[in-house]
Design a protein around this ligand. Structure first.
Ligand SMILES: *Cc1c(COP(=O)(O)O)cnc(C)c1O
Length: 462
């Protein structure tokens, strides 16, 4: 399986190189040269199989002959054994034709664990084979850092430095990072906001000397392996609800568009999905793009679903590339334009193609809070604010048939906002109930790329 860049100026690479590189050298994102497709029977055969087995088949289709099937299965079994629920991603029913897929039973209580747990094992597997040690630098607005630290702590071939904006993430989010005692993990509280942290990471990646010296790598959602790993739960949940014999729709709380794009990948691979509803909070760049074709940065606002406070959704470039019939020149021009002017126009034919699969809907803060309270009243279930943004969109969707909301975080990850909406404070699950009592370990740094890069060298011992 070869991977090509959405901007068409980098040579194609294999699965292993696409995973370790993250971003393509021409600034584009890697996608498979041709999408693997499962037959009706192959999909029907997923019914009743353990999650890890389906994951190994789906990921195996993307890895081709670069990872031995037995190794892939062993890694998937280990990765999903870390989840607190034997179904890994269990389904609950919230209405006559509405369901919730709980993606938050992993170690850090957010859906990022689903991809990060297998990604860490893939990294270790590949790097040990190559006799190499890499350094991962990641900026987090909350959940990615915790998932990365949980997945990579103690691994031999990888060290991780996580940058987070001091005072701008929840205490539970911070403690999932800072409680790690392993010395291949370094957490740095940056005196700035998430954009400052992300700018420092980009600066580090542009520094060729540093990149080589520490063998720098990245695990944000531009990494194709994360998308591939997220396609898996579309298969398992849709099949549990009757696919491939009947189509299913999904409603996805969205920020960087990785999760919703993974649904499109599953659909392209043969899974009958009627609609993917892209649910956003008031940061509605995606919802506007799908209704008008104008993809334009707005003024960023802070919401109670902070993991979706995003003004540019990296993975939209992958969809643009697909929707234009893989026109790399048009994709490059559009996203250069977006970088310079903050906006781009989706060509009419491409918009039509997007609208055949996607519907974008934005939910207000008031509606989000009312939905958290309403879910408790109607089903007795506490949901987190990100999930509530999607549940609130359900009455407005045009999706026919059964629809599944992807629940992306455990309510205990956002206890203050859930308590404010319902009067009930969600409890942390067993195993992490003592999180607030664990000692924290982190450094503080100014929002200065030179400072962080010096720390990164020292951390890598070069
Ligand atoms: C990251 C995240 C999202 C957004 O997912 P994208 O793939 O960036 O669209 C939604 N909810 C939670 C809780 C998250 O951590």
């Amino acid at each position: 399986m070869r991977y090509v860049s959405t901007r068409g100026r980098s040579p194609s690479v294999g699965f292993v190189d696409a995973v370790l590189a993250g971003l393509a050298p021409d600034g584009g994102l890697y996608v498979p040269q041709a999408w693997p497709v499962f037959t009706h029977n192959e999909i029907a055969n997923f019914a009743g199989r353990p999650y890890a087995q389906v994951a190994a088949v789906v990921l195996g289709a993307f890895a081709g002959d670069e990872v031995a099937p037995a190794d892939m299965l062993a890694m998937c079994e280990e990765a999903y054994a870390t989840f607190r629920h034997p179904a890994v991603v269990p389904l609950t029913q919230i209405g006559p034709n509405a369901f919730i897929a709980e993606l938050f039973h992993g170690p850090s209580l957010a859906f990022k664990d689903v991809a990060m747990q297998i990604l860490a094992r893939l990294y270790d597997h590949i790097l040990q084979r190559q006799g190499r040690t890499q350094t991962i630098l990641c900026a987090t607005s909350g959940d990615t850092g915790g998932a990365a630290v949980e997945a990579f702590r103690g691994r031999k071939s990888v060290r991780v430095m996580a940058l987070f904006p001091e005072g701008r993430i929840s205490e539970v989010q911070r403690r999932f990072m800072t409680a790690a005692v392993e010395d291949n993990i370094a957490c740095v509280a940056v005196a700035g906001d998430f954009d400052d942290c992300q700018a420092i990471v980009k600066d580090a990646f542009r520094d060729d000397d540093l990149r080589q010296a520490v063998d720098l790598s990245g695990v944000n959602s531009i990494n194709f392996a994360r998308i591939a790993a997220q396609a898996v739960y579309y298969f398992t949940t849709a099949v549990a609800l009757g696919a491939p014999h009947r189509p299913v729709s999904f409603c996805v709380p969205s920020g960087n568009f990785g999760d919703a794009f993974a649904g499109y990948v599953a659909k392209t691979m043969g899974l009958p999905i009627s609609r993917i509803v892209v649910a956003t909070n008031s940061n509605d760049i995606l919802a506007r793009a799908f209704s008008t074709g104008r993809y334009e940065r707005g003024a960023g606002v802070a919401t109670i679903s902070p993991a979706m406070d995003i003004q540019s959704a990296s993975n939209f470039e992958r969809l643009f590339f697909e929707a234009t019939g893989r026109d790399a020149a048009a994709t490059e021009a559009a996203f250069n334009n977006f970088a310079q002017s903050g906006g781009l126009d989706v060509p009419p034919a491409a918009l039509q193609m997007m609208q055949a699969s996607f519907q974008g809907l934005s939910t207000s803060e008031d509606d989000t809070r009312a939905t958290i309270a309403g879910m408790l009243a109607v089903t007795g279930q506490l949901i987190d604010p990100h999930t509530a943004v999607a549940v609130a969109a359900l009455p407005r969707t045009s999706a026919p048939g059964p629809i599944v909301v992807l629940s992306t975080a455990h309510p205990a990850k956002f206890p203050e906002d859930v308590a404010a909406a319902t009067g009930r404070t969600p409890a942390l699950p067993a195993g992490v109930a003592d999180l607030a009592a664990r000692p924290e370990r982190f450094d503080r740094a100014p929002a200065d790329a030179a400072d962080i890069k010096a720390r990164l060298r020292a951390f890598a011992g070069v």
